[in-house]
Design a protein around this ligand. Structure first.
Ligand code: AMP
Ligand code: ZN
Length: 469
């Protein structure tokens, strides 16, 4: 399996630190609003990377944080007249709902910055003790960039170029810095802001230190993959490397993966530009599976332009897979008694060829667009070779393979039958009628029918209650 490493700018063979295991950290969102579909791109991409690695037999420890202390969260809290904590809690919940809708698996752990302050203070103290950081008069602690010779190695920036850029940009109030490039590890509190006690001042951590600390705590000092959107390469990931490598004296991450932007009218989709669509808005128009398909139909390192046309095309393409899978399922259900023919047996190895094609695409730096093309070839093959007379075994093999290849991409080939609240209520009423008429067989049948659709009934004194499983 090869993946493109931003650090070396080449595709490299993936070799884990520990055999059979992957330690992976993905920088998560700052939670002050509903996530937009730009934020959804890394979620979908790196969830797919994880799923493929799991398919390959790796045990993946997948850590993705929520940044729950930040200027934007504080601003939103002030606007609404509530605490920052209330804002971040609310949007973490909303984000989890969107992730679930996009079939993004929950991380092994989702740490939150505000729960990890002690670790941050410890790391900052170590950096000060080792001479890599210094506090200034007002209690701000800065990282001493010049002290780390390798600074710039990820973003391939030259320190002198960087320095002149920074000098031009230098913000007033930051003049206590030794060098314009130095960045904040800890900052003093302002009135009304959340703050924690520290040896330097009451205040809060800088953004970069959060990820260095959470990655170390949950994955160890050396990890396999660190990932995020390409806007994080500089300064965020460059600064994480500086902090972690100076503190631990070890290579922080072996592979750095970055997704390109999701654009709209060829401009990066972002909250600040106001050109965004939230995942929630998309979900009002489409099943979020369509959004997932749309994202995976492009290579993750290519910019992707959002458009209504592409979403429609994704919807239609996904339907082709769903229709083929539904047809195969019908054959399997109807033809249990049909015995596999020699001709069908001879076709079985052909199915494996599509799997190989799919794996070759995924092994080549997660080329999900080519992997989807392999699924479509298999769908075409199924449509050509399976019909009302096919054996359940043959149709079942096709179905199983389509489902498996889709599932690695987080796509659901066989749609679960959606049952609306109104239909449930109607069936419950019919069941009550049947019971009144002492037709218990019919009443049980309705209960089982609902259960098969994931609806659990509970008879209580106040009447029948139901919930989705
Ligand atoms: P943020 O909440 O801005 O820190 O972003 C969370 C994640 O979404 C980071 O990995 C960003 O790089 C990524 N991201 C934000 N906007 C976009 C975009 N338009 N396209 C792709 N990734 C993005
Ligand atoms: Zn991060």
């Amino acid at each position: 399996m090869k993946l493109f490493n931003t650090m070396t700018r080449t595709k490299e063979e993936f070799v884990p630190i520990e055999e059979g295991k992957v330690r992976m950290y993905v920088c998560g969102p700052t939670v002050y609003n509903l996530i937009h579909i730009g934020n959804a791109r890394p979620m979908i991409i790196f969830d797919t990377v994880r799923r493929y690695m799991e398919y390959k037999g790796y045990e993946v420890n997948f850590v993705s944080n929520f940044t729950d202390v930040d200027d934007k969260i504080i601003k939103k809290a002030i606007e609404e007249g509530v605490s920052a904590d209330e804002i971040s809690k609310r949007y973490i919940e909303e984000c989890k709902k969107d992730m679930n809708g996009m079939n993004v698996k929950p991380a092994t752990i989702h740490p939150q910055a505000t729960q990890e302050i002690d670790g941050m203070i410890d790391m900052i103290q170590t950096l000060i003790d080792k001479g890599y950081a210094y506090p200034v008069e007002d209690g701000t602690v800065y990282f001493r960039v010049r002290k780390f010779d390798e600074y710039g190695k990820l973003s391939h920036k030259n320190l002198d170029d960087l320095q002149s850029g920074f000098r031009a940009l230098q913000v007033s109030g930051e003049d206590q810095k030794e060098d314009p490039m130095d960045f904040v590890l800890w900052k003093p509190k302002k009135e009304g802001e959340p703050a924690w006690k520290s040896p330097w001042c009451e205040g809060r951590p800088g953004w970069h230190i959060e990820c260095s600390v959470m990655s170390k705590k949950y994955l160890g000092e050396e990890i396999d993959i660190h990932a995020g959107g390409e806007d994080l390469v500089f300064p965020h990931h460059e600064n994480e490397i500086a902090q972690s490598e100076c503190c631990n004296g070890k290579t922080f991450a072996r592979y750095w993966m970055h997704n390109a932007f999701l654009n709209i009218d060829n401009k990066k989709m972002s909250k600040s530009l106001g050109n965004f669509r939230t995942v929630r808005q998309i979900s009002e128009q489409y099943d979020l599976q369509v959004l997932r398909f749309f994202m995976l139909n492009a290579h993750y390192r290519s910019p992707l332009n959002f458009s209504a046309d592409l979403m429609e095309a994704s919807k239609n393409a996904l339907e082709r897979i769903n229709d083929a899978a539904a047809k195969l399922k019908d054959i399997v259900d109807a033809n249990q008694a049909v015995v596999i023919t020699d001709a069908e047996k001879a076709l079985l190895p052909e199915i494996q060829k599509f799997v190989e094609k799919y794996e070759t695409a995924m092994d080549d730096d997660f080329n999900t667009a080519d992997a989807l093309a392999a699924i479509f070839e298999l769908v075409k093959f199924a449509n050509t070779n399976a019909n009302g007379q096919s054996s359940a075994e043959f149709a079942g093999e096709l179905l199983k393979t389509i489902e498996k290849l889709c599932d690695i991409l987080g796509l659901i080939a066989v749609k679960k039958e959606e049952i609306l609240d109104k239909e449930i209520e109607d069936l419950i009423a019919q069941r009550q009628e049947a019971r009144k008429a002492k037709n218990f067989a019919r009443a049980d049948e309705i209960r089982d029918e609902l259960l098969a659709k994931g609806i659990i009934l509970k008879d209580t004194r106040e009447g029948v209650k139901w919930k989705r499983a």
